[in-house]
Design a protein around this ligand. Structure first.
Ligand code: DC
Length: 213
């Protein structure tokens, strides 16, 4: 049984590294950010304000989510929809509410318990969700590189300079919200190993994490 927990800021390469690591180890992986994104999408569609914690928690408890290569929300494939700019704009706020977090953290622990072994990534996995994981990694990268990666994901290729600058500002704003919030802020948890992915290939980073195991 092997559980690897990975946290880090947006654009640090968490999802890419988690997927590659899981494939190397023959394990499933869980992108917990996608769960917060699915809640944000559901809230947008229902017209619920990102500041209304009680309404958001109630909606979260009623949602059916299937997490995997495709994300299903109440049976609908929302894999692409949860990556939209409208979701980007509200997800940090939606994720700041305790009731939303409690519900999703419970589901994340159940997901891992059902499998025994897994790679799980997010913002509070090493600190709150799975503090007893076999390996805890805080993955980071220089801000300029994180902006370039995120802008590339949105553009589906090489992004324009202005796009990179705008993405950098949006990432910084979300970092501040994720690290500054009251409930489960993004931190380097006790016992976590800091891995820097700046100017390194996915394979190199995965090699380093496998060596740590
Ligand atoms: O990793 P991402 O950009 O897809 O995450 C989307 C948002 O969800 C981000 O603003 C932080 C939040 N999040 C969180 O609060 N806790 C997690 N475990 C994962 C993501």
């Amino acid at each position: 049984m092997t559980v690897v927990a990975i946290d880090g800021p947006g654009g640090s390469g968490k999802s890419t590294v988690a997927a590659a690591l899981a494939s190397r180890l023959g394990l499933e992986w869980l992108d917990t950010g996608a769960m917060y994104r699915a809640v944000a999408l559901a809230a947008l569609r229902r017209g619920i304000a990102p500041g209304d914690g009680e309404a958001l928690a109630a909606v979260t408890r009623g949602l059916h989510m299937e997490m995997g290569p495709r994300v299903l929300l109440d049976g609908e494939d929302v894999t692409a929809a949860i990556r939209g700019h409208d979701v980007d704009a509200v997800v940090s706020s939606v994720a700041s509410h305790r009731g939303v977090r409690e519900e999703l953290v419970g589901r994340q622990r159940e997901w891992v318990a059902a499998r025994g072994s897994a790679v799980v990534e997010g913002r509070d996995i090493t600190s709150v969700v799975l503090p007893d994981a076999d390996l805890k990694v805080y993955l980071t990268a220089e801000p300029a590189e994180r902006a370039l990666r995120r802008a590339g994901e949105h553009a589906g290729g090489v992004p324009a300079h202005a796009q990179v600058a705008a993405t950098g500002e949006a990432i910084e704003r979300r970092d501040r919200l994720d690290a500054g919030r009251t409930h489960s802020p993004l931190v380097v948890a006790e016992g976590a190993v800091v891995v820097d992915s700046t100017k390194r290939s996915v394979a190199e980073v995965v090699d380093e994490i496998v060596a740590l195991l």
